[in-house]
Design a protein around this ligand. Structure first.
Ligand code: NAP
Length: 304
């Protein structure tokens, strides 16, 4: 006879635990009985959650090593990154240090305790000429952010550790933590009678953050290595996505104005025809993303 105390718990360490993905991962794993959790972040953060955070700046090689050696995780999930795509163009050194060097440090520490590193990457490793992309399609980043993320993938490929790269795109649905979220922003803007300009020429499959968390957990459950795409079920333009939000939440669509990406004059070039085919994850790890409408139902219950 075994009792609960006999069950060997999986040890999971999360980096960037105050971020959009990191905080959702932290919440998910803090509710699982079979997990020993260690949440780390650059600062304590301002969220109201009672999940305790260990300070660990992932650019600090010694601190990473100490934190990982002390906790001795089975899995490290790297949800920390320099994610401001436009700032990556003007702050290249910082972007490289956080997005590439730190991943090398994490891999080094994971090697020392034989931990499996799950690293989050992006569809921005592609040029957006012929998406949606599968895991084996040729990469060709067109922004500095995309270059750093591809370099981080390459660092893992030569690291000799057990790793999984999860590529995802356009996260939404993170409102619980009060983080910037596209759906929440659209709802708030339209409710307040604000005009919004939305691009018609960027296509992808937006990812409900809850689906990404469950996709990552499936990788752990199925003990899978290599590259997996985790994205949403529906492929559409940002403009179409915004109109779906307005329809679902019964808001004034006349406030949504179509523009093209060039009009935004952003520092970083965006992949236009992008998105990620999730067939591999669906067939190999039983990944089942919500439809957009299903995700809106869940979001609605949180914001109303
Ligand atoms: N959001 C998307 O649409 C999207 C799409 C594709 C891929 N991804 C990838 O998904 C992952 C998670 O993204 P996200 O949306 O959750 O990003 P996020 O909300 O910006 O969170 C990133 C977190 O990393 C932390 N961080 C930055 N520098 C750090 C450092 N030196 N040490 C420790 N932590 C540090 C940030 O802390 P501070 O805020 O304190 O700096 C922040 O909490 C990233 O790898 C990103 O590239 C995201």
């Amino acid at each position: 006879m075994s009792n609960n105390s006999d069950i060997i718990k999986k040890r999971i360490l999360i980096t960037g635990a105050n971020g959009v993905l990191g905080s959702n991962l932290a919440m998910f794993y803090s509710e699982q009985d079979n997990i020993e959790l260690c949440c780390t972040a650059k600062t304590k953060g301002s969220n109201s959650s009672d999940i305790s955070i260990i300070i660990c700046d992932i650019t600090n090689r010694d601190k990473i090593k100490k934190t990982i050696l002390e906790f001795c995780p089975d899995y490290v999930i790297n949800a920390a990154a320099f994610t401001n795509v436009d700032k990556c163009e003007s702050e290249k050194e910082t972007a490289w240090t956080i997005n590439v060097k730190s991943v090398e440090y994490l891999a080094e520490a994971c090697r020392a305790v034989d931990a499996h590193l799950i690293h989050i990457s992006t569809d921005y490793v592609f040029d957006g000429k012929q998406g949606p992309y599968s895991e084996v399609d040729k990469t060709n980043p067109i922004s500095y952010y995309g270059r750093t993320k591809l370099a981080s993938e390459n660092a893992l490929k030569i690291s000799g550790i057990n790793y999984t790269i999860i590529r995802t795109n356009v996260l939404y649905g993170a409102i619980e933590k009060g983080k910037a979220d596209f759906v929440y922003w659209v709802v708030q803007s339209l409710e307040n009678g604000k005009d919004i300009r939305i691009v018609t020429d960027q296509f992808n499959n937006p990812t409900f953050v809850e689906d990404l968390v469950r996709g990552i957990n499936k990788v752990i459950e199925f003990k899978r290595s290599g590259i997996f795409n985790i994205g949403g079920r529906n492929f559409l333009s940002r403009f179409e996505f915004t109109n779906m939000i307005a329809d679902y939440f019964d808001l004034n669509k006349n406030l949504i104005h179509p523009i093209i990406t060039k009009e935004l004059n952003q520092a970083a070039i965006r992949p236009l025809k992008s998105g990620l085919v999730t067939l591999k994850a669906e067939t190999q790890i039983n990944y089942k993303p919500h439809t957009i409408i299903e995700s809106f139902e869940k979001i609605k219950s949180k914001i109303s």
